[in-house]
Design a protein around this ligand. Sequence first.
Ligand code: ATP
Length: 443
Amino acid sequence: MKCQRVTVFDGESDFMKDISSLMQTRLTTDHIPFLNSVAEVAAHNQVSVYVVGGFVRDLLLNIKNVDIDLVVEGDGIVFAQKLAEKFDGRTSRYKKFGTATLMLQGRPNIDVATARTESYSCPAALPDVEPSTIKLDLARRDFTVNSMAIKLSESGTFFLIDLFGGEIDLKDSLIKVLHDRSFVDDPCRLFRAIRFEQRFEFCIKGQTKQLMRSAIENNLIDKLSGDRLMNEIKILLSEVDPVRCVDRMRELSLLQTIAPEIFNDDFHWTIMKKVDSALAWADMIPLTKKPEAWFVYFHTLFMVEDDEAFEGMMMRLNFPSNIYFRMCSERECFVEAMHDLSEERELKPSEIYDIFSKQSSEAVILLLAACWNKRMKEYVELYFKKYCASAKIELNGDDLIGMGMQPGSSFNDVFKALRDARINGQVTSRDEEIVLVESQFLK
Ligand code: ATP
């Protein structure tokens, strides 16, 4: 790589590096012409444009990343519109933040932002935002490795801008904050630090680790809104290896602040480690709906059996109401299923059906992970491969009315009896269904 000293910022000389040849070798062929076209539009409109964040980090790490984030020294929304005109695309605009999403045919969406500076009126508050320069835009970011930019230029040269030693930290495999108030300003960064550390097998140490510990001890997480906290937990649990992230949260005492009841609980911890195998095993079974892996881990973290502990945890975390209600109902079914499945005797097919038909795909995986044995796997296979199909009955409400029954809640009992009989193999045709209804409900 060739290094040169050039002036980037008004009145300042900073170190930039020409990384054009690195980009030529590492990026797929269509990236370079696309970025050059973006540079042309920028030059034509007399603004400076930079690729920032994860794309730059991953390029230097030689990891494929197709998500391009652009920052414009100028109006990001107007620039996104210019790009949309040039490439025949569309934009959605977020005026309040000075950002736009550019949607182009055959390409992942591109985020375009106005270079901005942020200030925090109090810890964990949403920041006040003002348009600024790339220098200040990079200074508001989370970690040194995420605070690099590539300047796009009309000449086709790409310059790496690295003001905070991000490249060295990448080489040294370090996650470091840019300043001491970083976690106070935005406690979401606690989760982000763990995520990047575990994903790249990096290390958080020294000052950054101390700042994390102090933010955790001071319970700064409590200041985050339920939505923001939920979002961070969801992204963390969507990592390729979420168990490592959770383990690291445990080590840094972050898990205790969000899920204290399970912190020392071996049962949850054992389940957590089996989820991955359960997901892989269930991938070969025709589940009604593909489970969302992150939600299985989420359940594993928060689905504690004790009512008081569960409610306390939900209150403290202040999750959005849709998540709260889903957790409550799935937890109820899960606890009931664990109870039914703990019986020593072999369950009848209709009992197996009753258990699994109430579960979401995620709860099925959780049940598998909680009872990771041959019998459980057999039950899951039987349910999805056989009982789901054999539970179909032929008689409907009109048929029952035609047989002289009064419509009402009793119909549910009839349908359940018919379904049980079908699953248990006692009834195999419409005629036999009619005989069952006549003998059990019409005499
Ligand atoms: P990933 O590979 O997980 O998408 P990313 O770095 O692209 O990683 P994003 O969440 O898309 O992550 O964020 C893009 C960039 O925005 C980051 O690289 C970072 O520079 C900045 N950023 C995102 N969230 C924060 C935050 N909470 N505080 C400061 N900077 C942030």
